[in-house]
Write a protein that binds this ligand. Sequence first.
Ligand SMILES: *Cc1c(COP(=O)(O)O)cnc(C)c1O
Length: 397
Amino acid sequence: MPENQSFRQDYPQLDPPVRTLMGPGPSDIHPRVLQAMAAPTIGHLDPAFIQMMDQIQGLLQQLFQTKNALTFPVSGTGSAGMECCMVNVIEPGDRVVIAQNGVFGGRMADIADRLGADVVKIQVPFGQKFEPEAIREAVAGKPTKLVGVVHAETSTGVCQSLPEIAEIAHEVDALLLADCVTSLGGTPVKLDEWGVDLAYSGTQKCLSCPPGLAPVSFSERAVQALKNRKSKVVSWYLDVSMLLNYWGGERAYHHTAPINMLYGLREALLIVLEEGLDAVFARHQHHGEMLVAGVEAMGLSMLVPADYRLPQLNTVVIPDGVDDAAVRRALLNDYNIEIGGGLGDLKGKVWRVGLMGHASRRENVVTFLAALESILVQQGAAIQPGAGLAAAAKVGA
Ligand SMILES: *Cc1c(COP(=O)(O)O)cnc(C)c1O
């Protein structure tokens, strides 16, 4: 056998299984996005590419509902966006208040700590939201540079209201940082109306795009904080003042832009805006409600109360006696459906069912409910067969 032929046997053609991604991300990719990403790569200073960069910035402003000029995608996943927002405004010794009600608030606190900030972490149990009063108490007394909150906590399914917190932060002249990784493109994000100063997101949650870019937006106040720095930004790669020489006026080389990822993001943003923001949010809400009606009719319960529950990330409490891992394995092996398990304090206690972006479709809700019912019946769980699909069908009917 010729040598190259045996090589091909050891490394056959890549053939990943086709899954329905209904976990906490990555979520299902829209076929148009994958197609856009297969277009020929051009140079990062090509006039055709520069024109596309301007479009992406404008489209991102529409999604973030902001006029912030400093709105662009950071090269890297959502966590790079988190780190970018924080490293550009936080200096050693700055007092930073982080509201943690899940895993991602914990990550924010870790980054602030690494930057030498005086970190004040306030906490409520996973699955709960913060009352504005808790933030008011935390910022009282000492000058605070920044308040960090997670708008859509993917580890718990909680949606944190932001306008009241922005007001409290601004009263004491602090910046408000919001994690919008799972909210952007799934539930309303209104940076200007709400008064959010720094926001970041990611491509692989409700934007139906592969992981790899982190849209960020800085308000005028955040830009001012950047200009007032006494020390150099400690990250070279994420220093916004240098990145802006590429994304802004001069188009000076900083690092090679991930060209094809940006093709994908542009298409993903177009898909959202073509459907229309209100229609996109209504679709997420409707399918979230169908899913909840279905699992509750089966006899299961949701972790988060309806008034601050995210429709794109549903935390279902695992019933007593049910084997968490076996259920998720059966969903994957027998139905090609991926859902997430619990993270941190919720490990083994909840399933995280994502209905994000292109995955937020009726067929996915119905298939998931039917599959879950079948698996739970096989496991001998005390559920009501048939009730879930019937209840889901009645939502909005
Ligand atoms: C996914 C996620 C992140 C991290 O994004 P990565 O793309 O995994 O780096 C941060 N915050 C929230 C709320 C997320 O859901």
